[in-house]
Design a protein around this ligand. Structure first.
Ligand code: C3B
Length: 806
């Protein structure tokens, strides 16, 4: 439905009067934002209800995407865009003297995730709705999102993110859909009158799970799916047990924070309970919905329901589904297992060993006794079946319960029909190395689904200047179908187009420069190369390698002030996990180096370092359109996919990368001439692991440049890092440089030098940039979710519905 500008203005004013008893002139931005949000929500509420009803009436198979993280960021503009009213709303607001962009800044980022995994889940939610697929998210409504990051004396300081303080305009609390979740206590099996074994619970705690639903608005297609997030409450029946404030608080803490520090037992217990909490609540509500609205026998569940396990955090979906099917629906084990495996599918997002979740048997038994019993049975039956087919060792290595621990990845693979990695290289590594044992056992279960991004948000919403140039050049179809970006290829030698794209980039850079000045007091020139590394701070992502190169440049410039090079601004955005000491040390070192270089008069602004605090989705939206260089420099084999690489490419940044994760596919898309590749390949990395020949000490001894750079950490060159500098130095030399930074250093420097030269030839640079934009379409999450829908979830798009609705 088109939006009439005048009616929209009147409605906004009317709602302000009704809700705040105020005229527009007197309302604060906050009040206008909430009013506008309510108006937008009202515009899609009918479609939300109709979508739900359609799925039910037509008995559509639905997918439920279970994820312990979702990172939607701000939703005002993306809802306006998807409803097809962004431009009109913007104009109407302008008429009223209000800037939509300023208003949008009022919205708190919904930061219920740490990084790539959570953002991917949200890109998928957008694309599932936009593709017209019946699909819903299921997660946790944390009271506090990911911590807010500040820097104090160069150190990361974590502050609570009170995102719900002023309410959340998009959510709907659905108390009538609450379910109870049982944890703790003891469970034993007792025979019932009819001779069946039934679990009996003793001293368990009952938690009430209350859902908060948020509409996931599809792009101009009248589809609105649901993201359901669960919050814990105390059920009436349990009120007596929680009379003390202390007791209540402990319970209410369960959904208070995202990823509580799991380095101590208390933290781990909360985390495990969180995992079960949203899994159990989600599955119970799916089954209830199925029974009430589909009215099909439970034995047909897998024809109507698909459940996706996003990384291992929701792996308890497997035993929880079994519990409901056996204990409550009274199916046989065999039948329940058959259904469960058909319903479940799993994505692996990392090969980092420490991230492959394991829980001690003891903790599992104490926290979730019935889950543990069921997993023991799954494990025993697995061994029984497999030992007839495979060698003993192989079966032992792949068991769910082994060496006193429950292996969640094993559970996810054994209990589902599909296991996928998130980029070609990653999926290959799963098959050949990380999950090789499982690949032998279940070769047909393994597949690849390369990640993608919600391209409308990461182009149309964040980069209007570029979007306008695209419209003028190739028409507007790319806004609907990002595959059409390839039409831009025809303009790679069109000087006028190249210049227009360059102007758009310049506007974005100036805007970011203003933001940088406003938040950090650092002045940067929009003429400099904006060299960007934005992602979680992790040793394997090698922000430190970036820093080593910057220090080299600094030393070169100090030594030879007339050295020719392009001006560069190195921009970082990264949070370190609160308990990740080494990552925090790197942050401190980057900040102190920034202080040194930014204030050194000899450098004369030729290089600047800007570490923007509190990297989150909204900040990414500011940085990405302004980037010239995209740093994707993880040690080959370690980054499962990466998604900032795709966002930066789409916005015309040139990728500087190792052949890791999806970088490999980006290279294939743009060709070797339009990307800068350096460093060890994944094969070479594995060779080092095998022959154990890596010696950082030797590289240090033999390479004078490396020596000088590393010495800067311990000889006082970089001030205020006496302890941190030593720690960095030792990690590289004494502990032999786990992520081979020194091995890749020379080739990284070389690639950087090439970039420096290339930027000097602006036509050449702009052409590369254009080719990157033109070939970014294939990394759309629209495409990715279509592949999941077809190959894994077996769900159909609702295209027919769109035409029916008109
Ligand atoms: C991330 C990986 O580190 C990225 O390579 C990948 O692009 C994204 O997931 C999305 O697939 N990841 C994460 O953010 N958190 C984890 N616990 C594991 C992987």
């Amino acid at each position: 439905m088109a939006l009439d500008k005048e009616i929209f203005k009147e409605e906004l004013k009317q709602r302000l009067r009704e809700n705040y008893a105020m005229e527009l002139e007197d309302a604060s931005e906050q009040e206008i934002f909430y009013t506008l949000g309510a108006l937008v929500k009202a515009r899609y509420s009918d479609a939300w209800r109709d979508t739900w009803k359609y799925y039910v009436d037509k008995n559509k198979k639905q997918v439920y995407y279970f994820s312990i993280e979702f990172l939607p960021g701000r939703m005002l503009k993306s809802n306006l865009l998807n409803l097809g009213i962004l431009d009109t709303a913007r104009e109407a607001l302008t008429d009223l003297g209000i800037h939509l962009d300023d208003l949008a800044e009022v919205e708190k980022d919904m930061a219920l995730g740490n990084g790539g995994l959570g953002r991917l889940a949200s890109c998928f939610m957008d694309s599932i709705a936009s593709g017209g697929f019946p699909g819903n998210g299921n997660g946790i409504r944390y009271d506090y999102g990911l911590f807010k990051q500040r820097f104090v004396d160069g150190y990361q300081v974590e502050l609570p993110d009170e995102w719900l303080q002023s309410g959340n305009i998009w959510e709907v609390r659905r108390e009538s859909k609450a379910v109870d979740v049982r944890v703790g206590g003891h469970v034993y099996l007792a025979e019932t009158n009819d001779g069946k074994l039934k679990p009996v619970y003793e001293n368990e705690r009952v938690l009430r799970a209350v859902p908060y639903d948020t509409g996931m608005v599809g792009y101009e297609n009248n589809v609105v799916n649901t993201l359901r997030l669960w919050a814990v409450e105390i059920p009436d029946s349990e009120e007596d047990k929680y009379q003390s404030i202390q007791g209540r608080r402990e319970l209410e803490d369960l959904t208070a924070v995202l990823y509580p520090d799991d380095s101590n037992e208390q933290g781990r217990l909360i985390r495990l309970t969180q995992e079960y909490f949203f899994v159990s609540a989600g599955i119970q509500s799916i089954i209830r919905h199925y029974k009430k609205w589909f009215q099909k026998p439970i034995s047909k569940l897998s024809e109507y329901v698909s459940i996706h396990i996003n990384d291992t955090h929701p792996a308890l979906c497997v035993p929880e589904m079994m519990r409901i099917l056996i204990d409550e629906e009274e199916l046989s084990w065999e039948q329940a297992w058959d259904i469960t495996v058909k319903v479940m599918s799993y994505t692996n997002h990392t090969i980092m060993a420490e991230a492959l979740e394991k829980w001690s048997i003891d903790l599992m038994q104490r926290t979730l006794p019935r889950m543990y019993q069921i997993m023991e049975e799954i494990d025993a039956r697995y061994v029984q079946t497999m030992q007839e087919l495979h060698p003993h060792d192989l079966v032992e290595r792949t068991r769910i319960i082994r060496n006193g621990q429950v292996h969640m990845a094993h559970l996810s693979i054994i209990g589902s029909h599909s296991t996928n990695g998130v980029a070609k290289l990653h999926s290959d590594l799963l098959k050949s190395v990380v999950l090789h044992d499982f690949y032998i056992i279940y070769p047909d279960r393994f597949n690849n689904k390369t990640n993608g991004i919600a391209q409308r948000r990461w182009s149309q919403i964040v980069n209007e200047p570029m979007s306008n140039v695209l419209d003028e050049t190739i028409g507007k179809t790319w806004r609907q179908d990002s595959g059409d970006l390839k039409l831009l290829r025809n303009y790679q030698s069109d000087q006028a187009v190249l210049e227009k794209l360059a102007e758009a980039k310049k506007i974005n850079k100036q805007k970011l420069a203003d933001y940088i000045l406003g938040t950090t007091d650092i002045e940067v020139s929009a003429d400099a190369i904006f060299d960007v590394q934005i992602k979680r701070l992790h040793a394997y992502k090698r922000q430190l390698l970036n820093l080593l190169h910057i220090i080299k440049l600094y030393q070169d410039l100090k030594e030879n002030p007339s050295l020719e090079m392009q001006k560069r601004v190195f921009i970082f955005g990264a949070k370190a996990a609160p308990s990740y000491h080494y990552a925090k040390v790197i942050i401190k070192c980057i900040n102190e180096t920034a202080n040194l270089i930014n204030n050194d008069p000899d450098i004369k602004d030729r290089i600047k370092i800007v570490f923007l605090p509190n990297y989150n989705v909204s900040l990414a939206e500011k940085i990405i359109p302004a980037a010239d260089v995209s740093e994707q420099i993880s040690l080959a084999s370690k980054e499962a996919s990466g998604t900032s690489n795709m966002k930066l490419m789409l916005n015309g940044a040139i990728t500087l990368a190792t052949l890791d994760g999806a970088n490999v596919e980006i290279r294939d898309a743009v060709g070797d001439d339009n990307i800068y590749i350096f460093g060890l390949t994944e094969k070479e990395v594995y060779e080092y692991y095998e022959n154990q020949e890596y010696s950082a000490q030797r590289l240090y001894d033999e390479n004078a440049v490396i020596r000088r750079v590393l010495n800067a950490f311990i000889d006082g060159t970089i001030p205020n890092i006496v302890y941190e500098g030593r720690e960095i130095f030792d990690s590289l030399i004494k502990y032999n440089d786990e992520y081979f930074l020194l091995r890749d250093f020379d080739s990284y420097v070389e690639a950087q030098e090439e970039i420096d030269k290339a930027y000097g030839d602006q036509t050449f640079w702009q052409k590369m940039s254009l080719i990157n934009i033109a070939n970014a379409g294939r990394f759309s999450s629209d495409e990715t979710v279509s592949r999941y829908a077809e190959d894994i979830w077996k769900i159909e798009s609702k295209d027919s519905f769109v035409t029916e609705k008109g």
